[in-house]
Design a protein around this ligand. Structure first.
Ligand SMILES: [Cu+2]
Length: 761
C-alpha cells in the first residue's frame, strides 16, 4: 500500500521563522538551484540524481544538509497540522515569496482575455487534413548545432493516422490562432465586457505580465503563456461550429533559456474535448519552436454518430447569432459548458502549466446560451447578460485559481524536485495575487478552475452564506446544489458556482475563502471552518481569503437569470444520459514504488519519480504485481469502439490523486461502495480518489478514434510518472490497431511500433 509521509515533507517557513532557518533554506535553495538548472536544461536526468545518491529510487530527496530545506536541527518543533502552533513548514521547498509591502485586495482581478475568432481564410497557409509537411530549415540549436537540416512547418504527426477525422463533415467555420511565447506586455487585451464589469480596468492600458501592478514584471523566460501575455485567455465556442485552433510555438530554441523550469516543446490538450486523438494534445505528439500544430475542434455532442443523428431535437443545439437554435446531432444530455486548455508535454506538464500556459474555454449550446433573457423553453437562463444573442460575459466570470511562488526578486519560481507534489505559498486568481472584483448586487456565475500543480481547494464565502453549484467539471448538474462551502476542488476540476449578491448593499464586501489546508503535495490536509480559515492561524499561507468581492450597487438592469437555488431545493439542469450495457470491467491502481518495464529513450519515463499505475492486475501492488511508470509507447487498454466500460480506480493510503480520463465524460457509479454525492452525481472528467478511495465509473468510447490518456492531474505525479495510454480499438478501420507511437523530432515525426501491449489490454 502507499507509503506514509516521511515526516520530512510538509513544512512551511514564514517570514516570521527564525533567521537561521531562513538562511539555511536560502542556502539549500541556492545549492539545489544548480541541480535543478542542470535538470531543467536536460544536462542531467532524474536517473542521475539517484545514481549520485541525492534521491532515493522512490523519488524522495535524501535529507542532506545544505541541500534539503527540510533538514532540521533535532530540537526543532514538530509540525502542527492544526490551526495554530509553530509555523515551520515550507512545502514550496523555497524561502517565502515576498509581497513587497503590497496589501491584499488592493488591485483589481482582470477578467480573461477573449481570443479573437476569425474566418478560417485568414490562416496562411490554409489548414490541411493531414499534417502540413512543407519543409523549413531547422534552428541548429534544436539539433545539437547541426546546420542545413530541414523539418516540417507543422508538428502534427504526418500521414493518415493523424489526419483530422471527419474533416469534410466538420469543416472549420472559425479560426483561433495563438502563439505560446515568452512573457511580454499585452496591448490588445479584450475582456469582452465594459470597464465597470472589469473592476474599472482600462483595457486599452498596456498590461504587463505581473501578478500585481506593484510587483516586479515577470522576465520573459519566467512565464510562457498563450500569446505571451496576461491575463489568461478565453476561447468561446459553440456546438455545431467547428474551430481550427492553430497553435504556434515561438519559445526560445535554446533549451537553457527557461528561467529554471519549463520545456520548449508543447502539446495542447483541450480538457475535455470530445474529438479525434489528433486534436487531443497527446503527450508524445509534441511540437517544436518555429512549428505550429493545427487542432481541429468539431464541437460535436457525444453520441452524434448513433443518437439524434437527424438533429431533430432542439435540446441538442447551438445558439445562432439571431437568437435561435441550430439543431445538431448527438445526445443533448452530453452537453458540456466549461473547459480549459493547457500544455500536456510528456514529463513537463507541471512546469509548463505552472509557467502559465493555460486558458479556459466556454462552450455554448441551446441549453447554456450565455444569454439570460431569451425564453424559448430550452435556454436555462443562467447568469450571463442580455446584449448579445449568445456568449455574454457580463455576469459569467471565469476564475482560474493557482498557487504560485516567486523568488526575492518577485520572479516566478518552482521546486521541480518536489516529486511528491509542489505547493506555492501565494494565491493567484487569473494570474493576479489576492485581487478584488467589483460586482453588482445580483446573481453571477463563476466558472472556477483549479489550475494548480498539486494544491486542492475548498471554497466558502467569508460570511458562510450559501452558494449554488450548477456544474461539476465541464457539465451542468442534473440538480443544482445549495451549499455553504464546496467539496474539495481537485487539480483540473471545475465547479461552476452561482453567487447571489442581491443580499448585499453597496459598499459591502464579502470574500471568497480557501478552507483547504495543505501541508504537503501528496494529499490535502484538514478542511478548516470558515472562522478557523479567517482566523489566520493556519500554517498554510494559502488558507484564508484570496478574492474580495466589492458590492458596488444595484445592477444597471434587472437580473433576468434563473434563480438556480430553486428556493433551496435546487433546479433541474441536465439529467444524466442513459448508459448502455457494460461490456468490460477494468481495474486501475494508482500507486507508488512503480516499475518501468520498457526502455525506449523517447517514450519511456526515465526519472526517479515514484508514481505509476497498475492495470487490470497486470501490475499494481494491490493486485500483487507492480504499478508501471509512464511509457507513451505502452498500450494499457484497448476499449472497443462504440462500447461502454466500467472502470474501477483504486487510490493509495495517504495519497489523493485527481484522475483525469480523456475523451468522453463518465459517470461515477460508486465511491467506496456508496452512491456519489449530489455535487458529483453529474458527468465528470476528473475523478478525485481521496485517500484509500475507490471510484467506480462508466464511460463510453464512441464517435472518434485514436490514442488517449489517463493520468493523475496532480501534474507532479503525472510527470513522475502516473500516466498511461489507452487506444480506442476500432478494429483496424479507419485507423490501424495498434497505432504506431509518434516520435517527435525537430526534423519531423517518425513512428515506431508500441513498446509493449499489456496482456489484458
Ligand atoms: Cu496523484
Amino acid at each position: 500500500m502507499g507509503r506514509k509521509s516521511n515526516g520530512n515533507d510538509g513544512f512551511w517557513l514564514t517570514e516570521k521563522s527564525d533567521r537561521a532557518r531562513l538562511r539555511d533554506a536560502e542556502n539549500a535553495r541556492r545549492n539545489r538551484a544548480e541541480i535543478t538548472k542542470a535538470l531543467s536544461h536536460g544536462k542531467i536526468s532524474r536517473r542521475d540524481l539517484v545514481k549520485w545518491g541525492l534521491f532515493t529510487t522512490g523519488g524522495l530527496m535524501l535529507p542532506i544538509g545544505g541541500l534539503s530545506p527540510f533538514v532540521r536541527p533535532v530540537h526543532a518543533a514538530s509540525f502542527s497540522s492544526g490551526g495554530s502552533g509553530s509555523c515551520e513548514p515550507m512545502p514550496t521547498g523555497l524561502p517565502p515569496s515576498p509581497t513587497f509591502g503590497v496589501q491584499a485586495f488592493t488591485a483589481p482581478m482582470p477578467r480573461f482575455d477573449v481570443l479573437p475568432r476569425s474566418a478560417p481564410s485568414i490562416l496562411n497557409p490554409g489548414p490541411t487534413v493531414e499534417s502540413n509537411q512543407t519543409q523549413q530549415s531547422v534552428d541548429p540549436a534544436l539539433v545539437g548545432g547541426q546546420t542545413g537540416l530541414t523539418g516540417p512547418i507543422e508538428g502534427r504527426p504526418p500521414g493518415p493516422n493523424w489526419a483530422h477525422q471527419r474533416y469534410a463533415e466538420f469543416q472549420p467555420q472559425v479560426a483561433i490562432e495563438v502563439v505560446t511565447k515568452p512573457g511580454t506586455t499585452n496591448t490588445v487585451y479584450n475582456p469582452g465586457v465594459t470597464s465597470d464589469l472589469n473592476s474599472g480596468i482600462n483595457q486599452n492600458s498596456p498590461f504587463p505580465p505581473a501578478f500585481n501592478p506593484n510587483f516586479p514584471v515577470q522576465n520573459a523566460n519566467r512565464v510562457w503563456t498563450f500569446n505571451g501575455t496576461f491575463p489568461p485567455k478565453l476561447m468561446q465556442s459553440r456546438y455545431g461550429e467547428p474551430v481550427l485552433f492553430r497553435h504556434h510555438n515561438a519559445l526560445p530554441t535554446d533549451i537553457t533559456d527557461n528561467g529554471g523550469f519549463g520545456r520548449y516543446t508543447l502539446t495542447t490538450h483541450e480538457h475535455n474535448g470530445h474529438h479525434g486523438a489528433e486534436n487531443d494534445g497527446f503527450t508524445g505528439a509534441y511540437f517544436w519552436p518555429n512549428e505550429f500544430y493545427d487542432y481541429h475542434y468539431p464541437w460535436t455532442l457525444a453520441g452524434f454518430t448513433t443518437i439524434n443523428t437527424d438533429a431533430i431535437d432542439p435540446r441538442a443545439g447551438s445558439p445562432t447569432d439571431a437568437g435561435g437554435i441550430l439543431n445538431v446531432p448527438g445526445d443533448w444530455h452530453e452537453t458540456m459548458s466549461t473547459h480549459w486548455f493547457h500544455d500536456h508535454m510528456f514529463t513537463f506538464t507541471d512546469q509548463n502549466v505552472y509557467k502559465c500556459n493555460a486558458g479556459m474555454n466556454n462552450i455554448y449550446s441551446s441549453l447554456d446560451r450565455g444569454n439570460e433573457s431569451l425564453k424559448d423553453g430550452f435556454n436555462l437562463l443562467l447568469p450571463s447578460g442580455t446584449e448579445k444573442s449568445w456568449g455574454n460575459l457580463d455576469y459569467d466570470v471565469n476564475l482560474m485559481l493557482a498557487d504560485k511562488a516567486w523568488d526575492s526578486n518577485g520572479q516566478l519560481t518552482m521546486d521541480i524536485l518536489a516529486f511528491e507534489g509542489f505547493l506555492g505559498d501565494q494565491m493567484t486568481v487569473n494570474f493576479a495575487w489576492k485581487p478584488f472584483f467589483n460586482v453588482y448586487a445580483r446573481r453571477y456565475r463563476f466558472r472556477i478552475l483549479n489550475a494548480s500543480v498539486s494544491r486542492f481547494f475548498a471554497l466558502a464565502l467569508s460570511d458562510s452564506s450559501n452558494m449554488v453549484q450548477i456544474a461539476n467539471d465541464g457539465n451542468l448538474l442534473p440538480l443544482t446544489v445549495n451549499l455553504p462551502q464546496t467539496d474539495q476542488l481537485g487539480i483540473a476540476e471545475r465547479y461552476d458556482i452561482v453567487i447571489d449578491f442581491s443580499r448585499y448593499t453597496a459598499g459591502q464586501t464579502v470574500d471568497l475563502v480557501n478552507l483547504q489546508q495543505m501541508s504537503n503535495g501528496q494529499l490535502p490536509g484538514p478542511v478548516l471552518s470558515v472562522s478557523e480559515a479567517l482566523g489566520g492561524g493556519s500554517c498554510d499561507p494559502c488558507v484564508g481569503p484570496f478574492l474580495r468581492f466589492n458590492i458596488i450597487g444595484p445592477p444597471p438592469a434587472a437580473d433576468q437569470s434563473l434563480d438556480v437555488s430553486g428556493g433551496g431545493k435546487g433546479v433541474t439542469l441536465i439529467p444524466n444520459p442513459t448508459l448502455p450495457t457494460v461490456v468490460r470491467q477494468r481495474t486501475f491502481t494508482f500507486d507508488d514504488f512503480a516499475q518501468i518495464t520498457t526502455n525506449d529513450p523517447v517514450t519511456t519515463y526515465t526519472g526517479s519519480g515514484p508514481w505509476g499505475i497498475g492495470t487490470n492486475n497486470d501490475g499494481g501492488s494491490f493486485g500483487g504485481g507492480s504499478a508501471l511508470k509512464a511509457d507513451f509507447g505502452r498500450l494499457s487498454s484497448q476499449p472497443g469502439f462504440g462500447t461502454c466500460e466500467e472502470w474501477t480506480l483504486q487510490g493509495g493510503f495517504n495519497w489523493d490523486h485527481p484522475i483525469h480520463i480523456h475523451f468522453e465524460e463518465g459517470q461515477i457509479i460508486s465511491r467506496n461502495g456508496n452512491p456519489p454525492s449530489p455535487a458529483e452525481s453529474g458527468r465528470k472528467d476528473v475523478y478525485r480518489l481521496r485517500p484509500d478511495g475507490k471510484v467506480v465509473l462508466r464511460m463510453q468510447f464512441r464517435d472518434w478514434n485514436g490514442m488517449f490518456m489517463m493520468h493523475c492531474h496532480n501534474t507532479m505525479h503525472e510527470d513522475n510518472a502516473m500516466l498511461l495510454r489507452w487506444d480506442v480499438n476500432s478494429g483496424g478501420s479507419p485507423s490501424v490497431n495498434p497505432l504506431p507511437t509518434p516520435i517527435s523530432k525537430p526534423t519531423g515525426v517518425t513512428f515506431e511500433a508500441p513498446d509493449e501491449i499489456l496482456p489484458n489490454a
